[in-house]
Design a binder for this molecule. Structure first.
Ligand code: NAD
Ligand code: MG
Ligand code: MG
Ligand code: MG
Ligand code: MG
Ligand code: MG
Length: 339
């Protein structure tokens, strides 16, 4: 078993002496900046003028242009959209890093796939929370945290690991557990997980179930509740106590159905295709496609996104959620405000 570290294992001092620039104030940025500040660290937010800047100022932060925030800080956490990081890095971050500073990331993509190549005289580390930014904030406010992976690529000061750990503590992750990784492992597992299981796998499973029921003539509202709405309730039980806890709570009929049908839906062939997806992540094929897609102004991303938003499950879902105001958590609203 790997060693999972908690607050008691971490020294805060090494980061308390430093100024941290949180660059970007979106999903992760607003959470890191606010959690770090409440944990006692000195934070400046780096942004261009716009909505995020207004929001960060309303939240009481000193907000500076990225170049200035970087040059006056010792530790720079890059929380910009992955596809923009290489440009902003070249223009505003790299020229303002001083020897002995640290640059940090919440996802290893750009460094691992050589889109950002930090200079050799700075520490380079990763603190990747394993959860959406809005939960990094919400769980912190509730006294908890989202687990994180940390990793060190370059250690010029001899303190890079301690810095990464103190940073993890600052955002609340050490309350949940932090685990050592490498940029390679974090990047490959994160991309695989979101594609095969968490995002791509899940949305495709939900849609296929909804389509199967509605094509067989069942009411879309019933199919929505069955295949999408109830998903959260089931996943909450898994989150709290694993598969066993979920199976304990469902009926034995549901559990028997799980046993006899689940492995026919996600079968050995599905797993073969998961291996294909993992192979494309490992070879850089996926990264290359995403980088080129952005350079071409996202023709496919935009076309698929527009089509997906019109899927019948989305149409019926919008209507049903209007009548269930309690399910609309601030997260969606906040996300809109921040972006
Ligand atoms: P985001 O899109 O929510 O926020 C990006 C921020 O960058 C916004 O505040 C935006 O105003 C700012 N920005 C955009 N262009 C800018 C520019 N030219 N100059 C200055 N600021 C600019 O991004 P995010 O989802 O928080 O992702 C940030 C990083 O965190 C990424 O590396 C991502 O992979 C990683 N990450 C995200 C999540 C998540 O929950 N969203 C989870 C784990 C890791
Ligand atoms: Mg600096
Ligand atoms: Mg992830
Ligand atoms: Mg990711
Ligand atoms: Mg049921
Ligand atoms: Mg049961």
């Amino acid at each position: 078993m790997s060693k999972v570290l908690y607050e008691k294992d971490i020294q805060k001092e090494v980061l308390l002496e430093k100024k941290v620039a949180v660059v970007g104030y979106g999903s992760q940025g607003h959470a890191h900046a606010q959690n770090l500040r409440e944990s006692g660290y000195d934070v400046v937010v780096g942004l261009r003028p716009g909505k995020s800047q207004q929001k960060a100022e309303e939240d009481g932060f000193t907000v500076k242009p990225v170049a200035e925030a970087v040059s006056e800080s010792d530790v720079v956490m890059v929380l910009l959209p992955d596809e923009l990081q290489p440009y902003i890095y070249q223009e505003s971050i790299k020229p303002n890093l001083q020897a002995g500073n640290a640059i940090a990331f919440a996802h290893g993509f750009n460094v691992h796939f050589s889109q950002v190549v930090p200079p050799s005289d700075v520490d380079v580390f990763l603190v990747a929370p394993k959860g959406p930014g809005h939960l990094v904030r919400r769980t912190y406010e509730d006294g908890g945290g989202v687990p994180a992976l940390y990793g060190v690529l370059q250690d010029v000061t001899g303190n890079a690991k301690e810095l990464a750990l103190a940073y993890s503590q600052g955002i609340g992750s050490a309350r949940a557990g932090v685990l050592e990784t490498t940029f390679q492992e974090e990047t490959e597992t994160d991309l695989f997980g979101e594609q095969a299981v968490l995002c791509g796998g899940l949305t495709s499973l939900v849609k296929a179930g909804f389509e199967t029921l509605t094509e067989a003539g069942y009411q879309p509202e019933v199919a929505y509740f069955e295949c999408l709405h109830e998903m959260k309730l089931i996943v909450d039980l898994m989150y709290e106590g694993g598969l066993e806890n979920m199976r304990h709570s469902i009926s034995d009929t549901a559990q028997w159905g799980d046993f006899v049908s689940g492995s026919r839906i996600v079968d050995a062939q599905t797993k073969e295709r998961m291996k294909e997806v993992l192979g494309e992540v490992q070879s850089g094929e996926f990264a290359k496609g995403w980088i080129l897609e952005n350079q071409a102004n996202r023709p496919k991303f935009n076309a698929v996104n527009a089509r997906e938003n019109q899927h019948p499950i989305e149409q019926v879902g919008r209507e049903l959620r209007e009548l269930m105001p309690f399910v609309k958590k601030p997260i969606q609203q906040k996300q809109k405000d921040v972006k």
